[in-house]
Design a protein around this ligand. Structure first.
Ligand SMILES: Cc1cc2nc3c(=O)[nH]c(=O)nc-3n(C[C@H](O)[C@H](O)[C@H](O)COP(=O)(O)O)c2cc1C
Length: 190
C-alpha cells in the first residue's frame, strides 16, 4: 500500500524509507562526515549533545561491527559499506547527574542524520537486532553510555541481490492514523 499524506509536509520526510537492498560500494568519507554534521546539530536537553556514534567504514572495523548483528540483520546489513553503533551518555557532563532525556536526544540526532543521508542519496537503516552486551564488553563501552541502536548506511543497490526473505517488505510502509497519536489532554482521564 502506498503512503498517504494528509498534509503537505517536507518532501524528504515523505520520500525517506528504510530499504534493505544496500549496495556494498564504499561511501566517500566526506559524505559520512556530512551526515555526522547533521546529527551534530540536533537539539538536546541543556545542549548536552549526549549522542556518540561508533562509525565503521574500513574493513577491519566493519568486520568487528558485523559480528554484533543478529543473523537476520546480517543477511542484508552485512553488505553495508558503513555500520554505526549509536551510543548516548546517560549522565550530564555539567553535574554528573542522570540525564533521563539522553535517548530522546540521541533519537533526534539520528533522525537528523537520516534526512541528510537521504538528501545525499543514502539509505540509513536502524537496527535493534544486535548483541549490545557483547559489544559493551568487547569494545569496553562504559556503563555511563547507553548502547541504543546500530545503523546500516549505503546507496540503494540491486533488489536481485537482496535475500528473497525481505522482498515482500522492501517498500515504504504505512503509518497509523494521525488521530491515533494526536491526543487530547484529557484522553486518559475519560
Ligand atoms: C530503533 C529502531 C530499530 C530497528 N530495528 C530493526 C532491525 O533490527 N532490523 C530491521 O530490519 N529493521 C529495523 N528497524 C527498521 C524499522 O522496522 C523501520 O524504520 C520501520 O518499519 C519504519 O519504516 P521506515 O523506516 O521505512 O519508514 C528499526 C528501526 C528503528 C528506528
Amino acid at each position: 500500500m502506498a503512503r498517504t499524506f494528509n498534509y503537505d509536509i517536507l518532501e524528504i520526510i515523505k520520500e525517506r524509507w528504510s530499504a534493505r537492498a544496500i549496495d556494498q560500494s564504499p561511501i566517500p568519507l566526506n559524505d559520512i562526515k556530512a551526515v555526522m554534521e547533521a546529527a551534530r546539530y540536533a537539539p538536546s536537553c541543556f545542549n548536552e549533545q549526549p549522542w556518540r556514534y561508533l562509525v565503521a567504514y574500513e574493513n577491519e572495523d566493519l568486520t568487528v561491527m558485523r559480528s554484533y548483528l543478529t543473523e537476520k540483520n546480517m543477511k542484508w546489513a552485512g553488505k553495508a559499506p558503513v555500520l554505526m553503533m549509536v551510543l548516548s551518555s546517560n549522565v550530564f557532563h555539567r553535574n554528573q547527574k542522570a540525564n533521563k532525556w539522553n535517548q530522546f536526544d540521541a533519537g533526534t540526532s539520528w533522525g537528523f542524520m537520516q534526512l541528510e543521508a537521504w538528501k545525499r542519496g543514502y539509505i540509513t537503516h536502524g537496527m535493534a537486532g544486535f548483541n549490545a552486551d557483547r559489544a559493551r564488553e568487547e569494545l569496553n563501552i562504559p556503563e555511563d553510555h547507553d548502547i541504543i541502536c546500530m545503523v546500516a548506511m549505503g546507496r540503494y543497490g540491486n533488489l536481485e541481490e537482496l535475500d528473497p526473505l525481505f522482498h515482500p517488505i522492501e517498500r515504504p510502509n504505512e503509518r497509523n492514523p494521525l488521530e491515533s497519536m494526536m491526543l487530547n489532554v484529557d484522553t486518559f482521564i475519560k
